[in-house]
Design a protein around this ligand. Structure first.
Ligand code: UFG
Length: 331
């Protein structure tokens, strides 16, 4: 079998870097396109080639996509702060939506056969049922979610009209870190619960603010579906086989929900001392419960999350963060 060759936009970011690691493990040639505005040079493992470039530069994108052949393009590069997107909608619609559509156009022109999109559960604004499967009505909760939906729609027509097969993977809460300790989660600013709870217990930040305690959940705090980033990476690789036959879209999560308090308790168990926290106000736009119905992904691809124990997920994140007080050290 000939060696596979993949282009990964945003491969220096959190989920992208873990997918690059999984592709390298499968002995593929990997080229990463990243402008390093959010991603980190050190998150691109040796073995992958990093091209520092911007999706906003159509001629650079065209040249790189044209330098194929590529077996697939994986598209992670995106702004991903839901709160920021509510303040600056056009930043998200343009930088994520329009740049993503331009990338798809380049893939069509250069006859790329497969496209895998990093999409989001934010597509399902206020879901009418739980768990959230692929049939739940799409009504993006924010301009961030809308920008991903724009790309999903462009992929629909790229498939219908040009035969570009695509997989849209709607992630729930990506969590954890490379169990080998090479990669981790390093956002600036950090807004995600698990890294913030870890920093609070390590004394690197003030007490964690828990955003609301009056939700209609057993302990009053929001429930989310935390899927380990290695399991997410595995889903990206498994869907490639599907793309030999058809385009697909899958919700990706474990089907198991944990509350904010469950998370702080898990971080406390790993650290050996409780996470300092204060009860804060609810965050605008937060749904009480978001849990994935990922049966379709399991049935079609045989995907089974390997990280089923919350403490194990948190422990991988904790180990990397404890060992990297300044993250990758470049921001
Ligand atoms: N939370 C706190 N305190 C904090 C940070 C978060 O209580 O300091 C709570 C949030 O209110 C939420 C939960 O912890 O209930 C998880 O929050 P995150 O910010 O870690 O993740 P979100 O569920 O808000 O968002 C994630 C991704 C988004 C994606 C969304 C899809 O970060 O990109 O899942 O559902 F769109």
């Amino acid at each position: 079998m000939s060696r596979k060759r993949y282009l990964v936009t945003g491969g220096a970011g959190f989920v992208g870097s873990h997918v690059v690691a999984a592709l390298l493990e499968r002995n593929a040639d990997v080229v990463v396109l990243d402008n390093l505005s959010i991603g980190h040079r050190a998150a691109v493992l040796p073995g992958a080639e990093l091209v520092v470039g911007d999706l906003a530069d159509p001629s650079a994108v065209d040249a790189l996509v044209g330098a194929g052949p590529w077996d697939a393009v994986f598209h992670f590069a995106a702004l991903s702060l839901v709160g920021e997107s509510v303040r600056l909608p056009f930043k998200y619609l343009l930088e994520n939506g329009v740049n993503g559509i331009r990338l798809i156009d380049a893939c069509v022109r250069h006859a790329v056969p497969r496209f895998v999109l990093s999409s989001t559960a934010n597509l399902f604004g206020t879901p009418d049922r739980m768990p959230i499967d692929e049939e739940v009505r799409i009504d993006p909760a924010s301009p961030y979610g809308e920008s991903k939906f724009m790309i999903e729609r462009a992929l629909h027509w790229a498939n219908e009209i040009h035969g570009l097969r695509s997989a849209c993977l709607r992630y729930f809460n990506a969590a954890g870190a490379d169990p080998q300790g090479r990669l981790g989660e390093d956002h600036n600013p950090e807004t995600h619960l698990i890294p913030l709870a870890i920093d609070a217990v390590l004394g690197r930040r003030p007490a964690l603010a828990i955003f609301g305690s009056d939700y209609a959940t057993p302990d009053g705090t929001c429930i989310r579906d935390y899927v380990h980033v290695n399991d997410l990476a595995d889903a990206h690789i498994r869907v490639l086989d599907q793309l030999d036959r058809r385009s697909v879209r899958y919700n990706v999560g474990t089907g198991q929900g944990y509350s904010v308090r469950d998370i702080t308790e898990a971080v406390g168990r790993i650290a050996g001392r409780p996470v300092p926290y204060v009860m804060g106000q609810p965050r605008m736009g937060d749904a009480a419960i978001l849990i994935a119905g990922a049966e379709a992904l399991r049935a079609d691809t045989g995907w089974i999350p390997q990280f089923t124990d919350l403490d194990e997920v948190v422990a991988t994140a904790y180990r990397w963060r404890e060992a990297h007080p300044g993250g990758y050290g470049d921001k």
